[in-house]
Ligand binder design. Sequence first.
Ligand SMILES: Cc1cc2nc3c(=O)[nH]c(=O)nc-3n(C[C@H](O)[C@H](O)[C@H](O)COP(=O)(O)OP(=O)(O)OC[C@H]3O[C@@H](n4cnc5c(N)ncnc54)[C@H](O)[C@@H]3O)c2cc1C
Ligand code: SF4
Length: 333
Amino acid sequence: MHPFTLERPRDLDGALALRAQSGRNDIAAEYIAGGTDMVQLLQENVRRPDRLVSIGPLMDKRIDVSSEGLRIGAGATMADAAAHPGVAGQFPVVAQALLESASPQVRNQATIGGNLLQRTRCPYFRDIGYSACNKRNPGSGCSAIRGANRWHAVLGGSDDCIAVHPSDLAVALVALDAVVHIQGSRGERSVALREFHRLPGSTPHIEAELRPAEVIAAITVPAHPAARRSHYLKVRDRASFEFAVVSAAVALEMQDDGRIRQARVAVGGVGTKPWRLANVETALAGSSLQRDALRKAAALAAQGAHGRGDNDFKIELMQRAIVRAAEAAGART
Ligand SMILES: Cc1cc2nc3c(=O)[nH]c(=O)nc-3n(C[C@H](O)[C@H](O)[C@H](O)COP(=O)(O)OP(=O)(O)OC[C@H]3O[C@@H](n4cnc5c(N)ncnc54)[C@H](O)[C@@H]3O)c2cc1C
Ligand code: SF4
């Protein structure tokens, strides 16, 4: 492991100032919150900062549910957010995505801000024995495109990177139109979560719309009738402590006649960023909950999907996950 200095600033302004000193060079200094991802990356020599700036104790940990919606401070743990009665009752897709992530030990330590900024689980990114990884080492190539790519993306990939965004929470939040509130040394700003994560394009090492001297301060989710009738379905290789092979977050607003008035659909495990499916949502509007009708709408998820060999199966699996998540969401009262 590369030796580093752990900085424990007294307040957030101090943390932002420390990070600002290193400018765009995130090798010199990086933030650490719960540390559940960062420590692994340090141990594996994937990240080699000279300085770690501890922000976990400084971040807002409050969780509020009101008539306007949900607000979660970036320092809240995944466990606390999942256990909040307002989250579980009014935003079940968010609570489910959290409870199906990692393990109780990790969820007790990991923060909401860190979850959205965790790095990909692409095995070539995590193993420095592979020299070709554009995300870890820009310009070096991509080992996955012609390598073992069962875990990789079928949506949003480029010739330079096909790594999947690993967060379950982000998929649920994207479905619900969440907003990321950012605090920086120059003030505050807000970005729709849908726009927050970047497509890899030719710069896969730049993953989010966040400047160095900025932190995620909180996320908000606007109140919406569909939020309560929502479901997160995660398909994985083992029942716990495992990332998604494919996942689907579906939220439905129903009409009195039992048909869908409005749907929100996002998928995980398949995209280089949390992936919203507007074409599936449009097809679901006015549809019944009959499996054939759901299946017809879910088939549109395949538009633009591009398998690389080992991961071709995800294109069919994602459609089935959407159907099952929609059935489960529709069955909620
Ligand atoms: C064994 C294991 C299994 C897991 N399984 C899953 C899973 O199934 N699903 C899933 O979604 N996740 C899973 N995870 C990932 C886990 O959810 C993340 O490691 C965790 O959420 C990161 O939060 P943290 O506070 O520990 O972040 P850290 O490790 O401290 O930081 C992660 C990154 O975020 C940055 N950062 C942290 N907070 C902020 C902030 N407020 N503003 C700006 N930058 C910030 C850090 O600089 C760093 O780059 C798993 C992790 C482990 C170890
Ligand atoms: S998919 Fe992305 S993260 Fe994985 S090896 Fe290729 S460039 Fe690196």
